[in-house]
Design a protein around this ligand. Structure first.
Ligand code: OOG
Ligand code: MG
Length: 268
């Protein structure tokens, strides 16, 4: 892949997000391998950073649970980049007007207390480097129709990232066994799914170590203060204006998000 191909693919995805429409997966016209796909993702993130004058808040893992891999027909995890401008505070309704076909999912988020640089990072090293854990919700919005993508396509599309939200007060993660934290996910007052922390790669710490090791492939690392979304714990569910979604995670508390739309018409 040339630098020009990379920038063309990135521009297409950025324009699709801005104009609230889907694009054909790029892997159809220009086959991407995973390494090239992460280069496209970095170019996409760079464009959005420039437009939104924002900084990298951390990283997210994706497709880490058996449920999500089955739902999206893929067989390995991926990572994406979180931007500060996309953090949504719990108290405000989230406006869906800029999104194409949003879905939400419950996650455990952690804030890094120390740096973590791969390769060779172990679960034990990941455990030492994390600070507080939070209950979180990720709001996804694929730039491909029906969320239908290959692994390189979803990587290029910054793993469908749109917004993320978390509880405001964290709990020191080193005092917790993240695997055994129970998760209750509700929409409009009804339980839609339940899970435990172990749904993400058997242990969120394994997911964080995997992330640090993959980031090392591009010379990147987790730094103190970075947020990590450790991966969706259940299937993602569609949301529309008027919906209220809540995630409750044992020891971490509850996060509730309300959705509205400042637009009357649906997506084009
Ligand atoms: C890709 C993003 C998946 C997760 O936590 O599994 C993800 C998608 O499903 O559109 O964020
Ligand atoms: Mg996610």
């Amino acid at each position: 892949m040339t630098a020009l191909d990379r920038d063309v693919l990135a521009e297409r995805l950025v324009a699709a997000e801005r104009e609230r429409r889907t694009v054909e997966p790029s892997a159809k016209s220009l086959p991407l391998d995973e390494i090239a796909a992460y280069e496209v993702q970095r170019a996409v993130v760079g464009c959005v950073q420039e437009r939104e004058r924002t900084r990298i808040a951390g990283y997210k893992l994706g497709l880490t649970s058996a449920a999500k891999q089955r739902q999206m027909s893929v067989d390995r995890p991926v990572y994406g980049t979180l931007l500060s401008s996309r953090f949504h505070s719990e108290g405000l309704a989230l406006d869906l007007a800029s999104l194409i076909h949003p879905r939400v999912e419950p996650e455990i988020a952690v804030v890094m207390r120390g740096d973590l640089r791969g390769p060779g990072v172990t679960r034990v090293e990941a455990a030492r480097a994390i600070g507080d854990a939070f209950a979180a919700i990720e709001i996804l919005d694929s730039r491909y129709a029906n969320f239908a993508f290959t692994l390189p396509d979803v990587i290029a599309d910054n793993t469908s990232a749109a917004y993320f939200s978390s509880t405001t007060s964290g709990v020191p993660a080193q005092s917790l066994d993240l695997r055994t934290l129970g998760v209750v996910f509700e929409k409009n007052g009804e339980v839609v799914a339940t899970a435990a922390g172990a749904a993400t790669m058997g242990d969120p710490l394994v997911a964080i170590a995997w992330l640090a090791n993959r980031l090392a492939e591009c010379g990147c690392s987790l730094q103190a203060g970075h947020i990590v979304l450790t991966g969706g714990l259940t299937d993602a569910i569609a949301v529309a204006a008027g919906d209220v979604v809540a995630v409750t995670i044992a020891r971490l508390g509850s996060l509730r998000l309300r959705f509205m739309s400042s637009l009357k018409e649906g997506p084009t």
